[in-house]
Write a protein that binds this ligand. Structure first.
Ligand SMILES: [Fe+2]
Length: 352
């Protein structure tokens, strides 16, 4: 499988990562001068901010096995595979896992049947807003896709994301009942699994579209003090996030001297690694994973793992192309990632 170029990687993320080297990041920057940070797709709306204290105050949901499914991106075959993984666990051990879709479960599903299918099945489970969903019923288009893309991301990527979201928004408007249910979703959730206190968010501890749980930020020494403080402020041992579209699992010291962990599943419905068509989800449970894991650690008594999602990739490619044919905005931005994967490796995700 050919390596994906940096330029291609720039075009792959709904919420484009800043996890590349400085040189790579510089190569991604627009040649049209610095982008306007209040432009659609760049802006992080004020209503996205909740702060870690809101996670500390949230009602606690108990779970023995929790799947955190971020970034499904309208991929029905991936949803089929995740539900089959949950059924396999319940057959083997008893109660079915709790599924929490922590946002951006819509994106490529502009076909009415696909949109209805994704949302009918996701809304039967626990679900949180991602920026994609948060902007579906926004009265204007000021925030575009709501991605809060950093300045390093090419303006073409941002413009195409706004075009994709505008088309999804038009589809959603034809499904007012689903749209009303999506609008009532929260931005965060709090769980307890074994003794592990878990905060589930879409972006980071501060904001729905925050980037501070991106793999680069998690490895940035300048972010260490903030990262240590938010475990205490949110009263959690573990944050489970998504949004940045690249996975990461990192153990981190907390302000109290305990060890915390941030796990970002990258994308459930898009490839996360070069040459690997599968998605990833996060599993948090009282027992080790019965499924193959990318990595698994213990956090406050819970088993925390990134699980590969082996969906029917040829079927997904056909369904994607039926909705986004060659030359369309999503094809230009994502088809290479869908078929080849991003320039990212499992070792980078696990931090080895
Ligand atoms: Fe997102």
């Amino acid at each position: 499988m050919a390596a994906v170029t940096a330029a291609t990687t720039a075009a792959v993320n709904v919420s484009m990562t800043v996890s590349m080297t400085t040189a790579t990041t510089a190569a991604l920057a627009s040649d049209a001068g610095p982008p306007h940070t209040d432009a659609p797709g760049r802006v992080c709306p004020l209503r996205y901010r909740y702060g870690p204290q809101a996670i500390a105050r949230a009602d606690v949901r108990e779970a023995d096995t929790l799947y955190v499914v971020g970034g499904l991106y309208g991929n029905v075959p991936a949803l089929d595979a995740i539900e089959a993984m949950a059924r396999a666990e319940s057959r083997a051990e008893g109660p079915a896992p709790t599924l929490c879709f922590n946002g951006d479960f819509n994106w490529f599903d502009v076909d009415d049947a696909a949109f209805a299918e994704i949302n009918r099945r996701v809304l039967a489970c626990d679900a949180l807003l991602g920026n994609v969903e948060a902007e579906l019923d926004a009265p204007g288009d000021d925030a575009g896709c709501g991605c809060a893309y950093p300045s390093s991301v090419d303006s073409g990527v941002v413009e195409r994301s706004n075009l994709i979201h505008a088309r999804l928004k038009a589809t959603a408007a034809r499904h007012p009942e689903l749209l009303a249910r999506i609008a009532r979703l929260p931005m965060l959730a709090r769980y307890r699994v074994a003794d592990c206190r878990v905060g589930v968010v879409h972006g980071d501890a501060e904001s729905l579209a925050g980037w501070r749980f991106d793999v680069a930020a998690l490895d940035d020494p300048a972010e260490r003090a903030w990262l240590g403080s938010v475990f205490e402020a949110a009263d959690v041992d573990l944050f489970a996030s998504t949004h940045t579209c690249l996975p990461a699992m990192r153990r981190l010291p907390t302000g109290s001297g305990r060890e915390g962990c941030v796990v970002n599943n990258g994308a459930a419905g898009m490839p996360n690694f070069t040459g690997d068509a599968g998605g990833l989800i996060t599993r948090i449970a009282t027992t080790p994973s019965p499924h193959p894991v990318l990595g698994e650690v213990r956090v406050a008594g819970a088993w925390v793992a990134l699980l590969p999602v082996r969906f029917d990739a040829p079927r997904w490619e056909r369904e994607f192309l039926a909705q986004w044919p060659p030359g369309s905005p999503a094809w230009v931005s994502y088809f290479e990632r869908i078929t080849r994967g991003p320039a990212f490796s499992p070792a980078q995700a696990i931090g080895r």
